[in-house]
Design a protein around this ligand. Sequence first.
Ligand code: NAD
Ligand code: TYD
Length: 341
Amino acid sequence: MKNILVTGGAGFIGANFVLYMRRTHPEYNIIVYDKLTYAGNLDNLLDVSDDPQYHFVKGDIADAAAVEAAIKQFDIDTIINFAAETHVDRSIMDPDAFIQTGVYGTYVLLEATRKLGLERYHQISTDEVYGHIPHGQSSVETDKLEPRSPYAASKAGGDLLVNAYFITYGLPVTLTRGSNNIGPYQYPEKAVPLFATNAIDHQPLPLYGDGRQMREYQYVEDHCEAIDLVLHKGVSGEAYNVGTGYEMENIEMVSILLDELKRPHSLIRHVEDRPGHDRRYSLNISKIMDLGWRPRHSAEEAIRKTARWYAQNEWWWRKIKSGEFRQYYEAQYGERLRKSQ
Ligand code: NAD
Ligand code: TYD
């Protein structure tokens, strides 16, 4: 491994991973390949913009010719695929791009890996592919995939293609399924950054339904360490869950956020629920722990640290919240918030 193509590297987790890899593995060259959708943002990569071992290519993972050209230009040996449309609520409004990038785009990258004989392909996936998990149970990597939102289904489609390329062509692949990541540079449509930035501005926090859905909120750097470990020690053809072992109701997450930001709980608004909302995800993480990984942050520490980052980095999110975001916010929350008055 020497020249790594990080697809979707201008997004939240991808950018954190690039920064992490440049710090921890200075011997690797990192080439970010990203379409720069509304969620892609070069501000996330400002810290490496002058680094001679980092390069940026604007491109779509569903564009086979452009993918091949980038691989050849930079003599890529490894692909780590973060590129995806990632927001469940947007996938409910308009699933098209989710399928195009998550399924067809993943196919294009796998095909390029096969055709050009790359050393390794790593797919970034999610706990959402397992669907809703009843209390008392947790998902192991061999469980059936039962995605329930268009987003989760597009990710499950990608996972199945990765597995098919391993079985059919013997492609050297690995896959990680992360839980809800939080931390710096997360687009403020996702719950934690949306709530943190709304709270900073004394705006209401639209909590879906009763707010008792459960998630494993994980600090993004912990996830990056897990991906690094699987890249170096993971077994080809295997999937690895990356959770925290600690689940929390959304209402508790909101409460910690508000306390950290010193804002009143009266900002919470229970609004109409998301259709098909998965009540609970829960990952069994024994397999990655056997490789030697441990999460370094508790969910509470992750939430507090994230809240502080948004409080200290208004330069980053204020310009996002004043653009296309406003139309999205009105479409997603306008009616919901008016009805909750
Ligand atoms: P994000 O939405 O912040 O970033 C996605 C990035 O992909 C953006 O930079 C975007 O421009 C790029 N992109 C989208 N379509 C593209 C295309 N067709 N070609 C090239 N680039 C494209 O997402 P994120 O939260 O950083 O998630 C990254 C990956 O991690 C995704 O695969 C997601 O499914 C997975 N994941 C996310 C979480 C989470 O909590 N955020 C948890 C588990 C897994
Ligand atoms: P989100 O960050 O969108 O991640 P995901 O749906 O992929 O888990 O949402 C996290 C949780 O917060 C999820 O249970 C949905 C809930 N949520 C709200 O209650 N209100 C909101 O405005 C958003 C965006 C999410």
